[in-house]
Design a protein around this ligand. Structure first.
Ligand code: ADP
Length: 233
């Protein structure tokens, strides 16, 4: 991908994500992670190369929760189904199911401004879930919340992944987040971003919170960190 001003954002990137796979891309800031996700979602056309994805059935979770401030949580969660003309009762049912799944039951009638950052992110996740997408793209969605909330959201996301069995493509700076949730981690180099390493993550699901303190988890995180630093110890 070369932008009109000549910036080469990514080069020679090739990978495939199947259903039942949760693939996370980690890489230094500015290496082209968001660009890749925008290409995958169809927001950007690559200057060369090819993307095959079912664009009509993609769930997208952004860095920002992008909730409408004048709608309640329930009305926000129903929005995508509403835009697709899903009948009212069915919309309501799906929204409630998604709200329960992400753990914000009881806040249906609250407005976004009265929610914490983590809860807004959960509402945003729930909104995408109502369409039951077979493909989910996550653009560093939990970067702006505190560490404890992020871990909760990671716990919940891996449970959602196992329940819904979508194909997940997740972007993050956090190695711990990547290892905890993913079936595979792709490491990218600095710009122009290239794939420098891939790691299969062997832990069984559901993954308990304590997995983060397992020596095997630390070893894998260390190996990924080394690749991120260009192979230097
Ligand atoms: P990341 O998500 O890994 O932080 P981005 O995909 O946002 O990186 O950006 C990759 C590189 O492309 C950066 O150097 C960024 O400045 C550049 N870039 C992103 N969008 C544009 C654009 N529209 N025009 C020119 N350069 C851009």
């Amino acid at each position: 991908m070369v932008f009109p001003d000549g910036t080469e954002a990514v080069r020679d990137v090739s990978f495939r994500v199947d259903r039942d796979e949760f693939v996370t891309i980690v890489g230094p800031s500015g290496c082209g992670k968001s660009t890749l996700l925008k290409i995958a979602s169809g927001l950007l056309d690559p200057t060369s190369g090819h993307v095959a994805i079912d664009r009509d059935h993609v769930g997208y979770v952004f860095q920002d929760a992008t909730l409408l401030p004048w709608r309640t949580v329930r009305q926000n969660v129903e929005l995508l189904a509403e835009l697709r003309d899903v009948p009212r009762a069915e919309r309501r049912r799906r929204a409630q199911e998604a709200i329960d799944l992400v753990g914000i039951s009881g806040f249906e009638d609250h407005y976004p401004k009265s929610l914490s950052g983590g809860m807004r992110m959960r509402a945003s996740l729930a909104r995408s879930l109502t369409l039951k997408p077979p493909v989910f793209l996550f653009d560093e969605p939990f970067g702006a919340v505190d560490e404890i909330t992020r871990e909760h959201l990671n716990d919940q996301t891996q449970l959602l992944f196992r329940a819904e069995r979508f194909a997940g493509l997740f972007i993050t700076h956090s190695i711990g987040e990547a290892v905890f949730m993913s079936t595979r981690v792709i490491v990218m180099s600095a710009r122009p971003g290239r794939v420098v390493a891939e790691f299969e993550i062997p832990f069984d699901y559901p993954r308990p919170a304590e997995l983060r303190f397992d020596p095997a988890f630390a070893t894998l995180s260390g190996e990924i960190s080394r690749e991120l630093r260009g192979g230097h110890r």
